[in-house]
Design a protein around this ligand. Structure first.
Ligand code: AMP
Length: 217
């Protein structure tokens, strides 16, 4: 498998953490639509203002907005070199739009059960200033609820509140992402990796699936 990789999985599967590690390992850019959208919301750009209400409700941001942000980012980082996409595509329509911008070499599904999703997301925190994410159980900051990188206070994402988490899982994942997973499987592009385990173990499984397991970081 090559280096243009899409990471798929329910919210809380560890997509962000694993995508960052994988991108570093493959020496390609990590492109996360959620991070790009949250930065736009923090900066209150026109796009951020349009995206915010959808995000707070746990709903998908409109198609054209997300495709525009991805297209711009792939141009900026020179997508031909490779990439790890995290949070995009999230449905078949977005996958089609991606296919018009670039081919991909493979899709990795990080698989975890619904109860584990709810447990993990309730412990997730994000830095209100720089956007770095933590998990109070599996990846805590060095000092209580304070960002290691910039010293600002951590907070819970508004869409990690329990009612919104359940909605994101049921609506976004079951309805939107699952058909996309099936379509990548039919095209022979899908690898499923068990996401239950510590961060290092799951990274190792992903690298093995990509045939990168033997090389040192
Ligand atoms: P994430 O950080 O990937 O969980 O994304 C957080 C939120 O950003 C989602 O709940 C959506 O509202 C929005 N979002 C991120 N990626 C997409 C996408 N590909 N399509 C539509 N909305 C998205």
């Amino acid at each position: 498998m090559g280096r243009r990789i899409v990471l798929l999985g329910p919210p809380g599967a560890g997509k962000g953490t694993q995508a960052r590690r994988l991108a570093r390992r493959l020496d390609v850019p990590h492109i996360a639509t959620g991070d790009l959208l949250r930065a736009a919301v923090r900066e209150q750009t026109e796009l951020g203002r349009r995206a915010q209400a959808h995000m707070d409700r746990g709903e998908l941001v409109p198609h054209d907005l997300v495709v525009a942000i991805i297209r711009a980012q792939l141009e900026k980082v020179d997508g031909k070199r490779g990439f790890v996409l995290d949070g995009f595509p999230r449905n078949k329509r977005q996958a089609h739009a991606l296919g018009e911008i670039t081919d991909i070499d493979g899709a990795i599904l990080i698989d975890i059960p619904r109860e584990e999703v709810i447990r993990r997301l309730s412990a997730r925190r994000i830095c209100a200033n720089c956007g770095r994410t933590y998990n109070l159980i599996s990846d805590p900051p060095q000092s209580d609820e304070i960002c290691d990188a910039c010293g600002s206070r951590l907070k819970q994402r508004s869409d990690d509140k329990p009612q919104v988490v359940a909605k994101r899982y049921d609506l976004q994942y079951n309805v939107e992402v699952k058909p996309l997973v099936d379509s990548y499987r039919e095209r022979g592009l899908l690898v499923v990796v068990d996401g239950d385990g510590d961060i290092e173990t799951v990274t190792r499984r992903i690298l093995d699936a990509l045939g990168e397991g033997g090389r040192t970081a």
